[in-house]
Design a protein around this ligand. Structure first.
Ligand SMILES: [Zn+2]
Length: 130
């Protein structure tokens, strides 16, 4: 059984290409200079369409999380930590926290990005404690 894979749109393709190259990319606005995640056609802060892709630091902290004890299929190894990560650059993204003891998992821990190959074409960002 295979994990449910994203089917990147042309808009999101640079993001997934970055993941395959081991780099977390964010859209950044050339008008107001703010980054955003997820990929959009226009800036979520000022509405400009002057967006370009910039590398993120890959650092962040856990804003919230849940322990998934019963996965949607056998392709996922439960239990695992599903978290909202506040990236150092500002945007919040949902991801998995790996290499962590679920019994001592807590909000606020510092994490850094890593990438897991989910298929030959898709690498997904995950985070591990710093
Ligand atoms: Zn903007």
């Amino acid at each position: 059984m295979q994990k449910v894979l994203p089917d990147p749109s042309p808009l999101a393709r640079p993001y997934f290409d970055g993941c395959r190259e081991g780099q977390l990319l964010l859209q950044s606005c050339q008008t107001c200079d703010k980054p955003q995640f997820y990929p959009r056609v226009v800036c979520s802060h000022c509405g400009a369409s002057t967006l370009h892709w910039t590398p993120a630091s890959g650092r962040g902290s856990v804003a919230s999380f849940t322990i998934v004890r019963r996965a949607v299929s056998q392709a996922y190894d439960a239990p695992y930590v599903l978290a909202l990560i506040d990236l150092a650059e500002g945007p919040r993204m949902m991801s998995q926290v790996i290499d962590v003891d679920i019994d001592t998992m807590t909000v606020g821990i510092e994490v850094s990005v890593a990438f897991e190959a989910w298929s030959d074409e898709i690498d997904m960002p995950v985070f591990r404690p710093v």
